[in-house]
Design a protein around this ligand. Structure first.
Ligand SMILES: Cc1cc2nc3c(=O)[nH]c(=O)nc-3n(C[C@H](O)[C@H](O)[C@H](O)COP(=O)(O)OP(=O)(O)OC[C@H]3O[C@@H](n4cnc5c(N)ncnc54)[C@H](O)[C@@H]3O)c2cc1C
Length: 494
């Protein structure tokens, strides 16, 4: 069952971060029982284990350091059970979407649909629709998790929870450390809170506490109407004003939004260099059947999407959003409206093209500089720091002379600045900027990772964010589940 890794399998030594590692063995289990057998072999030989889903992660979490790769890509079963799905960890998001019964949808939507559900759970992945529906965590009803010792824990939301900070599950029991969490979108570190559902401990743990061998997914009814609007603002400051005009204030707890109202489901951003980049590569995109809609010159772009029970409510929300455009100095006639799923898909399709194009540009440059990788940030700040963080990025980038573009989930103040180094000197300059920004984001109470996780690439930034005491508490928790540090050593924690 366990193979010795041969050179042709070198693909399994890296993920989408383009970092490359090393390993001596690889295994492709098809069942939970096979996972347990492999775990027993690894324990006997003392091999560290690196868990892999689809290797689309961009923080290096699935890149092995040595030992055994446990690749779960062949555990792909999907079963539909009463408006939920029970899935094996290697099922891809694309396969899950195809299996969802008519009238329902699975809302977590990282744009990379080849991602596996095990990887999405372990990174607590999110996407555009997380603005309304939350990250993957909110849509996991239960998990089966194999611990390093070979025990399978069955944890169900609503059934298995901690008593305060005390937890007992299977042969494991202990006290959970209370870990600070920034009050922003965050995917950095363990999730712990008093009386928590134990399933949440494993979501976002980046495979350091156990191996997800099965998950039960929550499905949502498809809304009656989905409308999207792509708007072009004269500059970044206007885009921020527009975002603040669209973002709904939190409803008072005793007066939730009426069921009949349209709800803002996504609020996304593309800066002017991003639009330039798309124009420049329009031919390459066309060859992949990706049509770029007309993009006015020199503008920032906001994509907003509303979900409503019926068209009338969605239309009302979109018309109100169009009124705000004039207030923010934009020409409403340049905005593109989509009120059918096929048109919405056309507006969204190039969103995924941006990170893919960035990767292909970097791959070309690696022919000259093999060690070159892109620098992509994943930081989020509180609402009142959105304008500040964008101004910081823009002024530093303009002064740097680096090639860059910025896109992301502006509704959650969560932006991906992508720096495309042309050579190692560019990379060093970009890295210095990234570190400086992280200092400031942390000082503002933000997170250095809002959706991609810490993996092996952001441990230094993570230490900077949470401090040594929190890392020590996390290590204590890890030791409870994995005393010999067999699972994913070097990911999340040193
Ligand atoms: C072009 C592009 C666009 C992307 N867009 C988004 C986006 O919009 N939002 C977003 O959140 N992410 C995005 N990502 C990042 C990536 O797709 C997600 O992080 C995804 O969740 C990773 O899934 P995977 O199966 O590829 O995991 P992998 O890369 O294989 O692994 C990721 C981590 O999970 C662990 N792991 C994997 N499976 C298991 C398991 N069964 N049990 C325990 N641990 C496990 C691994 O050890 C590793 O630490 C994007 C990536 C690319 C390349």
């Amino acid at each position: 069952m366990i193979e010795t890794l041969q050179p042709p399998q070198a693909d399994f030594l890296r993920d989408e971060s383009r970092r490359t590692g090393q390993a001596e063995h690889i295994a492709f289990p098809r069942t939970e029982a096979e996972v347990l057998t492999i775990l027993a072999d690894a324990r006997r030989h003392g091999w560290p284990i690196t868990i892999q889903g689809a290797r689309t992660g961009i923080s290096g979490g699935a890149v092995p350091d040595r030992g055994l790769i446990l690749n779960l890509s062949q555990m792909t079963d999907i079963r539909v059970t009463d408006h939920t799905l029970r899935v094996q960890p290697g099922a891809t998001l694309a396969a899950i979407r195809a299996a969802v019964p008519a009238g329902f949808f699975f809302s977590p939507d990282p744009t990379e649909t080849t991602a596996s559900i095990g990887g999405m759970i372990s990174c607590n992945a999110s996407g555009a629709l997380s603005f309304l529906y939350g990250p993957t965590r909110r849509h996991i009803l239960g998990l089966r998790v194999a611990t390093a010792a070979g025990e399978v824990l069955d944890v169900q939301r609503g059934r298995d929870h901690a008593e305060g900070l005390r937890f007992t599950r299977g042969s494991l029991c202990g006290d959970l450390p209370l870990l600070p969490r920034p009050a922003v979108k965050n995917a950095a570190g363990y999730f712990v809170e008093p009386d928590m559902d134990l399933v949440d401990l494993f979501i976002g743990a980046e495979g350091t506490l156990g191996i997800v061998t099965e998950a039960t997914l929550r499905l949502l009814p498809i809304p009656g109407a989905i409308w999207g609007l792509m708007a072009f603002l004269p500059d970044t400051a206007a885009a921020v004003r527009y975002v603040n005009a669209l973002r709904p204030p939190p409803p008072p707890p005793d007066h939730p939004a009426p069921e009949s109202a349209a709800r803002l489901a996504a609020l996304e951003y593309f800066d002017a260099p991003c639009l330039d980049f798309l124009r420049t590569h329009a031919d390459e995109l066309a060859s992949k059947n990706i049509a770029v809609p007309p993009l006015p010159d020199g503008t920032a772009c906001i994509y907003a999407e509303w979900h409503a029970p019926e068209d009338a409510a969605a239309e009302e929300a979109v018309m109100a959003a169009a009124d705000h455009l004039t207030e923010c100095g934009a020409d409403p006639d340049t905005a593109i409206l989509a009120d059918h799923p096929a048109e919405i898909e056309k507006l969204k399709i190039f969103r995924h093209a941006v990170p893919e194009l960035v990767n292909s540009v970097i791959d070309q440059r690696r022919r000259t500089h093999p060690d070159l990788v892109k620098l992509g940030t994943d930081m989020a700040v509180p609402d009142d720091r959105l304008a500040d963080v964008l101004a910081l990025y823009e002024s530093n980038l303009a002064a740097s002379g680096l090639e860059h573009l910025t896109f992301g989930h502006i509704g959650a103040n969560h932006l991906h600045v992508n720096i495309l180094p042309r050579d190692p000197a560019d990379y060093a300059a970009g890295k210095a900027l990234y570190t400086r920004w992280a200092d400031q984001v942390i000082a503002w109470g933000g997170s250095i990772s809002a959706e991609h996780g810490i993996g092996k690439l952001k441990r230094d930034l993570f230490r900077q964010m949470v401090g040594d005491d929190t890392l020590a508490h996390m290590r204590t928790l890890k030791t409870l589940f994995d005393p010999a540090t067999l699972l994913n050593p070097g990911t999340l924690l040193d």
